[in-house]
Design a protein around this ligand. Structure first.
Ligand SMILES: Nc1ncnc2c1ncn2[C@@H]1O[C@H](COP(=O)(O)OP(=O)(O)OP(=O)(O)O)[C@@H](O)[C@H]1O
Ligand SMILES: [Mg+2]
Length: 280
């Protein structure tokens, strides 16, 4: 097992914002974390990479407990992508991507090759982008660089916190396809926080719905659709179901090609998700 979260709990004052959250993730597997604003998704991710210390429970990575591992060593095995990309504004694109390889003590030549390969993989021409400042990029390009930076240390696990929230639908779609390809190629596991079931379907085999700091239900999307465990899960599925119906009727007869998954009806999409999930 790559990642084991056991009874993770975080309190702020009187409020328990994450309450005994447990889940497992196999190497190369992906889990989407969905739930209403304030339900504890970001806090859960931050406990996994130890930006936030849990009050109770523990995280294990590759069988080792966080308590037995120095924090800097732990974090280098985990890539982290956030909504606003979080790039260092005064460093170039190449320097931003090099941060973790530098900390790992890689040779200059290996770092340069890595930067170039990753920029290629996220669809940015190294000759054009390597020396630019983050301010001279579009939001979508910044997210791509953030993704390249998170993968530069060849992590076993990538944490993504609403990585597409600020992007237009076309840019978002392209980035989702890039992440799917990168995962096929580099085989890293991922936990992805999203508000969107269609993103979850495309990116992850399993979904965990959080509500009030707890996991309301965890499993393949098709299982959630077939038997939602709580009213929150049911409500979260209603919006994508309505969207899927509208999209399916508008696109009737033209559902083909590589982009078809996102335009399928909820039931059909779930089948595809299950097949993708089964392959993980
Ligand atoms: N440092 C902190 N001090 C006090 N309360 C906090 C702190 N960080 C988070 N919280 C509270 O914990 C709860 C969970 O926050 P968290 O950021 O994990 O939610 P989230 O599910 O990521 O929400 P969103 O979808 O809006 O990003 C919220 O009520 C938030 O106000
Ligand atoms: Mg959040």
């Amino acid at each position: 097992m790559l990642l084991e979260a056991r009874e993770l709990t975080k309190r702020y004052g009187e409020q328990t914002v994450v309450d005994a959250v447990s889940f497992d993730l196999e190497a190369g597997d992906a889990l989407a974390l969905i739930g209403p604003s304030g339900c504890g998704k970001t806090t859960t991710l931050k406990m996994i990479n130890r930006l936030v210390e849990p009050d109770a429970g523990e995280v294990r990575l590759g069988g080792r407990s966080a308590r037995q591992t120095p924090a800097h060593e732990w974090r280098r095995r985990i890539g982290y992508v956030i909504q606003s990309s979080g790039l260092f504004p005064h460093r170039s694109v190449a320097e931003n991507i090099s941060v973790t390889p530098h900390l790992l003590g890689w040779e200059k030549r290996r770092i340069a090759a890595k930067v170039e390969a990753l920029l290629d993989m996220v669809g940015l021409d190294p000759a054009d982008y390597a020396d630019r400042a983050p301010a001279d990029l579009s939001g979508g390009q910044r997210q791509r660089v953030g993704l390249a930076r998170a993968l530069a240390g060849e992590p076993d696990l990538l944490l993504m916190d609403e990585p597409f929230a600020a992007l237009d639908p076309v840019t978002k779609d392209a980035l989702i396809e890039d992440i799917i390809r990168l995962r096929e190629r580099l085989k890293f596991a991922a936990v992805i926080v999203t508000h969107d079931f269609s993103e979850a379907l495309r990116l992850a085999g399993r979904v965990a719905v959080m509500d009030g700091g707890r996991i309301a239900q965890i499993g393949p999307v098709c299982e959630l659709i077939a038997a939602p465990a709580t009213d929150t899960v049911r409500a979260l599925l209603d919006a994508p179901r309505r969207t899927a119906r509208a999209v399916a009727s508008a696109f009737a007869g033209s559902l083909e090609g590589p982009t078809a998954v996102s335009t399928l009806g909820a039931g059909q999409g779930a089948g595809v998700g299950a097949r993708l999930g089964a392959g993980e």
